[in-house]
Design a protein around this ligand. Sequence first.
Ligand code: SDX
Length: 444
Amino acid sequence: MAGEETHKGRDGGGVATAEESLSVTDNRTGQTYEMEITDGTVRAMDFRAIKVSEDDFGLMTYDPAFKNTASTRSEVTYIDGDAGILEYRGYSIEQLSEHSTYLEVAYLLIYGELPTKQQYERWEHDITHHTYVHENIKKSMEAFRYDAHPMGMLLATVGALSTFYPGSNNINDEHEQCMAAVRLIAKMPTLAAFAYRHNLGLPYIYPDNDLNYPENFLSMLFKMAEWKYEPDDRLARALDVLFILHADHEQNASTNAVRGVGSTQVDPYSAIAAGVSALYGPLHGGANEQVLRMLDRIGSTDNIPDFLEGVKNREERLMGFGHRVYKNYDPRARIIKRHVDQVLDVTGKSPKLEIAVELEKRALDDEFFTERKLYPNVDYYSGLIYEALGMPTAMFTVIFAIPRTSGWVAQWLELVGDDEQAIARPRQVYSGYREREYVSIDER
Ligand code: SDX
């Protein structure tokens, strides 16, 4: 990337060496095959050597939803799901949420190292001076209904950015990579705030370069007739910590979407738009919105036992609980829960917090959840803070997308620089009809 240490590519990480091997015997032929075990994995392509005849295609691995498949090597984020550990480039989120800022974490994710003072000042200057979007993007927002979901508006406008920066098609050009990183991180809050103001029929508020990243976002959301928006430092800091906690999470569904789309060598704006689309889903980033709707439906702690019975009868899910990787308490949920109390001290108590705390307690006392290792995840408490900050429920996932943009960019850069990668094109097990004869419509 232009003018900075480039992130460590595979050459920085070195080539993996085999530790042990696997002996696989094909009972169809009695043949035994040796497969190298590297970093706790075997290469799926090694199974192709297992054949029953020369013209046999060979074996594939079958793994719907990639529940047990590593799709890449990565140096960006480390998660230990059993121990509840999350580290960005080796730094724990506990340390980063205590001492860092989101913009510094975004730099760390993208460049692989914490910035020096000079690097940080240059980075913050660049982000601050790229927060505006082309006026035509703003005009395009007018095409949406007043009640369009802001995530739908965000995914459309992020994709539209690709039409304003055709140079970004040169995905291996370091300057273009750097500009795409800066533009995407800088413009996400602007696009998010414009979508929010569109929903309310309010004039759009332009970025205020005197404010820091979270303060500027609050200003673009909430500034009204006053000359200058004056953010509450405590609320701006709480938002910045939420941004840090949501910045990356290794190969989650939206990052997988960014990498899958990015593997076709499309521009980064289009690849990140795919991430926004995936995050929109209620099983992923959309869960924070669903948690608040769930707490509203429960309405009172008296209704918790009936609600949990409904969950156990599979009538609905306990949104904000469970995780593909964490089989323990999501470390982000623990930190967010601490900040809920701090924010509510400023904004006033929320009846939903009492329901959420009691619901968590009852669920964690119930073996249906503990047997399935279902614990609160990042989405369980975050919505309570967003609501306390005055955000409407429909904006919650948009706010998740803002910081996740730096993680998506870091993962996209790693993909582009990884010579092991190619266009993502999985195989299938075909279970449909074969060689059917066409029948004319009169004879069907
Ligand atoms: C995020 O991947 C990431 O890193 C994502 C994320 C990130 O930072 O990018 O961490 C952000 O997306 C957090 C997750 C937010 N989603 C929710 O809170 C939605 C509710 N949670 C689930 O739908 C579910 O737990 C998932 C989607 C998060 C994980 O699904 P899995 O790993 O595919 O697990 P599963 O659906 O196979 O469930 C295993 C069992 C099943 O029970 P059985 O049918 O086998 O008896 O647990 C049950 C499920 O029914 N289960 C739940 C449940 N989650 C799983 N039952 C009730 N409530 C739930 N929330």
